[in-house]
Design a protein around this ligand. Structure first.
Ligand code: CTP
Ligand code: MG
Length: 187
């Protein structure tokens, strides 16, 4: 694999995780996942920003995008940019957006425990919670795939690329979401 392919596949294959958050912003609302419950520290478990509709909608959008990508992969000139063979491809395509939104919830849980209100900034956590958990989940449950596409040889450049790119894309999508009136704050 050459350097260019390693970087491109790193970005391409993480896409289902990237669209989960924006999907939750677009589709979310309604009943909060924590049911409004209060932790013993007097604050919400997660807060009104984490809803069932956002979780299910965001995962669904990520899976749809992943399936479309998987379909087009069959026609591309880069067979290495693949979610893997059946049925592991479906597992990876699900784990990426699911892990992303689990990470997002863990991020909110940590923010609430630290007394950071819904929508208030938490640097690093806001930018990376979703990526870290998506990567951990895939690495643990689909290790051979993760090793081949994000660690082995030049493939690690793909991992480095998404680590560098994530806060940039996060900022851009949040500004867009804010301007669209979908997010109260531009972060
Ligand atoms: N959202 C949702 N369900 C989710 C995740 C996100 O409905 N599981 C929607 C909510 O409308 C939320 C918005 O997407 O307000 C933005 O998500 P995020 O920035 O993660 O939430 P915040 O409201 O900023 O809350 P927190 O401080 O907990 O991150
Ligand atoms: Mg937020």
């Amino acid at each position: 694999m050459d350097v260019t392919v390693a970087i491109l596949q790193g970005i391409w294959l993480i896409f289902p995780a990237y669209v989960a958050g924006p999907g939750a912003v677009l589709i979310g609302g309604g009943r909060p996942i924590d049911g409004g419950r209060i932790h013993k520290d007097g604050r919400r478990y997660l807060g009104d920003g984490k809803t069932w509709r956002g979780l299910i909608g965001g995962v669904t959008l990520g899976v749809i995008i992943g399936l479309l990508q998987d379909f087009t992969n069959g026609y591309s000139e880069w067979p290495e940019m693949s979610f893997g063979s059946h049925p592991n491809n479906l597992v990876v395509i699900f784990l990426l957006p699911f892990g992303a939104l689990m990470g997002d919830m863990i991020g909110s849980y940590i923010k609430r425990r630290k007394g950071v209100e819904r929508g208030q900034k938490a640097p690093v956590l806001d930018q990376y919670d979703f990526l870290i958990f998506a990567v951990i989940l895939v690495a643990v449950l689909q290790w051979p795939w993760f090793f081949e596409h994000y660690l082995d040889g030049f493939a690690i450049l793909g991992l480095i690329t998404i680590i560098v790119l994530t806060p940039v894309l996060h900022r851009i999508t949040n500004i867009i979401g804010h301007r669209m009136g979908k997010k109260e704050v531009p972060w």
